[in-house]
Structure formats: structure tokens, C-alpha cells
Ligand binder design. Structure first.
Ligand code: PHE
Length: 357
């Protein structure tokens, strides 16, 4: 019995894994294990022999079982230690920086413009970039053969052969959204409509796609004075210059009467443009009192209502505010340009928090 004891206690101590331990358990105390077979032999012994051998065998069985249980726990501990060692991570290491995109100046400025006009009660309206010529021209008092149609360098969409309807156009300005907004809401109304517009033109200050924001306010007694105040408020907030001077020059648009082009005060110092100082002027938008025919086209009675409208180049004022010299680079998707002129995604423009980061 001592030899049996020695054999299994040693073997258990030296076993390397749980599977080998289980084999040992079966070999010792399993149904047909050595210790179990010995216990069966008790029946053939005399009562005196049995009284000596019985308790000894029972003790041996207990000893082997608890040695196996202890070894099993030790093996599990060792396995866990090994896993912790091999899967160790230093969670205090700084993470790798990931390249982050930036907000394009056009998006940034569009948000800034919307924030300023929202504060004056203007909602944002939208219209399609592919327009029919009624919205882009006729409804805005530009009939077919009107010279203004030629001035716009319009992109026309193809029509299938035999389809003689007038072609759709890529909208040449955001003014068609005036008509769509009037149709949708009626009067009174105050909206701005930022978006993409298209003209066949390309040089340092012109790209075939660019951005405008339309403004429109219709009420019972809206006047040029309201237009001037709204625009001056806008420029002061946008350029963050109190009392910035504007100049209204008489002009002509088919859809407004009277019409004015608006310049803001600026100067050139050592080839650098400065807004809001000096005695130079920079043209930034077209505007005027809405033509009665335009109100009518939008389903609004021009004998009861009147309003102003304006159209401003978003890219243009972005260039002026952020000192960006070439319009074409806006749409080249050059990463160096985007990183340089782009804005952090967290710089949400608000009137109270500041319009730019
Ligand atoms: N739609 C005109 C343009 O592109 C601008 C404008 C809008 C003028 C509204 C007057 C009123 O160029």
C-alpha cells in the first residue's frame, strides 16, 4: 500500500496538464483503478484483516483525491498566470493619433451665415440644383430671349431626341428657391437659401460650380431700409467688425425693382486685402425689392405684399474673411490646402460662442 501511495502521490506532483491528471485519477481511483480494485479485495479478507486494511485504503483514496484536487487548482492558477503574462497590455500608453478631416471653408461659412440670419428670424430653404427653365428664368421675370439668359453662361441638360420640351438647366443662381419657398409657405416669409450654382466660367475668381446664399423677406411693409439694416447687421456679425460700412449702388436685375449691388468697405495694404477699413469698395452681392411679377409667379398677391431679396457669393465672402486668394483651389481637394484652410469639426459657429475658431 505504501508503494501504491508513493507511486500516485509522485505522479500527481509531476503531472504537466489537466488531461494527464485525469488519466491518473482514472488509473488510481476510477472504477477499475488500482486503489478501487484493492478495495474490492477487502471482501475476501478475514474480519481482522479487513479492520486494518479498510481504513488504510479509505485514507489512501482520500489522500489521492485531495492531491488531485490540489494539483488541479495549481494547474489552473499556472494557466491563468501564463495567460496574464502573454496577454499583458500597457493600457497607460498614449494612443496613436489618427488623421482627422477638416471642415471645408464653404461649409464653415455656410454655417456662420445660417447662424447669423437665424438670429434675425430667417429659416433655411432649399431647392434642386437641376432646375427647369421656368424656375430658373421665367418665374424670375426673365422671359425666353431676354439678354439676361445669355449673360448667365447657362449649362443646359440634354433632352432625348424628339423631346421638344425646353431643357432643364443647372441652376445659375439660388433665386429659383425664392419661387419654391413662396409656393411652399406663402407670405409673410423670411428665408435664406444656401447652395450650389453653376455657370460656364473659369478663372482665378470663377469656377463652373460655386455657392450662393439667397435671402428673401416678404411682409406688408418690408422696404429697402429693412434690406439695408439686415445686410449691415449681417456684415458686422460675419466680419466681426462693428459699424462696417456698406455702399448700395443702383443696378439692374430683372427680378428686383429697384435693384442695388452692395459693396463693403475695404483697403489694400501691401497687396493684402483688409475688410472694414480704408476707402476702397468690394462688391459682395446683388439685391433689391422683389418685382411684382416675381411675387405673382410665387403665388403671392403683389398688391398686398412686398419684399426684398438678395443673392450673395458664399465662396466670395469666405475668401474675404479668411484671406484665401484663389477660388479654384476651393474645389481641388488638395489635402495640404484643406488642412491649412479647413476648420476643426468641433468649431461649430454660434453667435455667442464666436463664429470661427
Ligand atoms: N440672382 C442674382 C445673381 O446671381 C443675385 C440677386 C439675387 C440679385 C436676388 C437680386 C436679388 O447673380
Amino acid at each position: 500500500m505504501d508503494a501504491l501511495r508513493q507511486k500516485y502521490i509522485d505522479a500527481i506532483a509531476n503531472v504537466a496538464d489537466e488531461a494527464a491528471l485525469e488519466d491518473l485519477r482514472v488509473a488510481a481511483v476510477g472504477k477499475k483503478g488500482e486503489v478501487s480494485l484493492k478495495m474490492r479485495e477487502l471482501g475476501k479478507m478475514t474480519p481482522e484483516e479487513r479492520q486494518v486494511a479498510g481504513p488504510k485504503l479509505n485514507a489512501l483514496k482520500d489522500e489521492i483525491n485531495s492531491a488531485i484536487a490540489a494539483k488541479k487548482a495549481a494547474l489552473a492558477d499556472a494557466a491563468l498566470d501564463e495567460r496574464l503574462r502573454s496577454e499583458w497590455l500597457d493600457v497607460t500608453l498614449p494612443s496613436r493619433t489618427r488623421p482627422r478631416g477638416t471642415i471645408h471653408p464653404v461649409s464653415q461659412v455656410t454655417e456662420e451665415v445660417a447662424a447669423i440670419f437665424a438670429d434675425m428670424g430667417f429659416k433655411v430653404a432649399e431647392g434642386p440644383q437641376i432646375e427647369n427653365d421656368w424656375y430658373n428664368f421665367d418665374a424670375l421675370n426673365i422671359p425666353p430671349h431676354h439678354p439676361a439668359r445669355q449673360e448667365f453662361d447657362t449649362f443646359y441638360m440634354n433632352r432625348k431626341e424628339g423631346d421638344n420640351r425646353p431643357p432643364h438647366v443647372l441652376r445659375t443662381h439660388t433665386s429659383p428657391v425664392q419661387i419654391r419657398a413662396m409656393e411652399k409657405t406663402g407670405a409673410p416669409i423670411r428665408v435664406i437659401a444656401p447652395g450650389r450654382v453653376y455657370r460656364s466660367d473659369y478663372d482665378q475668381t470663377h469656377t463652373p460650380m460655386f455657392h450662393q446664399v439667397e435671402g428673401m423677406a416678404i411682409g406688408k411693409d418690408i422696404s429697402m431700409a429693412n434690406l439695408k439694416w439686415v445686410l449691415e447687421e449681417f456684415f458686422a456679425a460675419f466680419f466681426e467688425i462693428d459699424g462696417i460700412k456698406t455702399r448700395f449702388r443702383a443696378s439692374h436685375f430683372p427680378f428686383t425693382e429697384p435693384s442695388a449691388e452692395v459693396d463693403i468697405q475695404c483697403s489694400w495694404v501691401d497687396g493684402q486685402l483688409r475688410i472694414g477699413e480704408g476707402d476702397g469698395w468690394m462688391e459682395v452681392l446683388g439685391s433689391g425689392m422683389m418685382h411684382p411679377k416675381v411675387l405673382q409667379a410665387g403665388g403671392i398677391d403683389p398688391d398686398k405684399w412686398q419684399g426684398f431679396a438678395f443673392g450673395m457669393g458664399i465662396d466670395r465672402i469666405a475668401m474675404l474673411k479668411y484671406g484665401i486668394p484663389d477660388l479654384r483651389a476651393f474645389f481641388d481637394s488638395d489635402l495640404r490646402w484643406l488642412r491649412h484652410y479647413g476648420f476643426s469639426a468641433l468649431d461649430m459657429p454660434t453667435l455667442h460662442g464666436g463664429l470661427s475658431g
